[in-house]
Write a protein of this length. Structure first.
Length: 69
């Protein structure tokens, strides 16, 4: 697996089971479902802040931006 394209994340078992259920229902892989959920949430947050998605992404990805802790 290319470590520059993929990262591992830890997910609580109940959340993983829900993810598996959603994936089965929607015929998606877990990676695709997580990507879809993240992108939808970024769009939601951008709209909530009256920003474009691109502007919001730039804001949260700034080295010292609000999104980095």
């Amino acid at each position: 697996m290319d470590i520059n394209k993929f990262k591992s994340v830890a997910v609580r078992k109940p959340d993983y089971q829900l993810l598996q259920g959603l994936c089965t229902e929607k015929f998606r892989s877990p990676a695709s479902m997580i990507s879809k959920l993240v992108n939808e949430y970024v769009g939601y947050q951008a709209k909530k802040k009256n920003m474009s998605v691109d502007a919001y992404i730039k804001q949260i990805l700034k080295p010292n931006g609000k999104g980095k802790k």
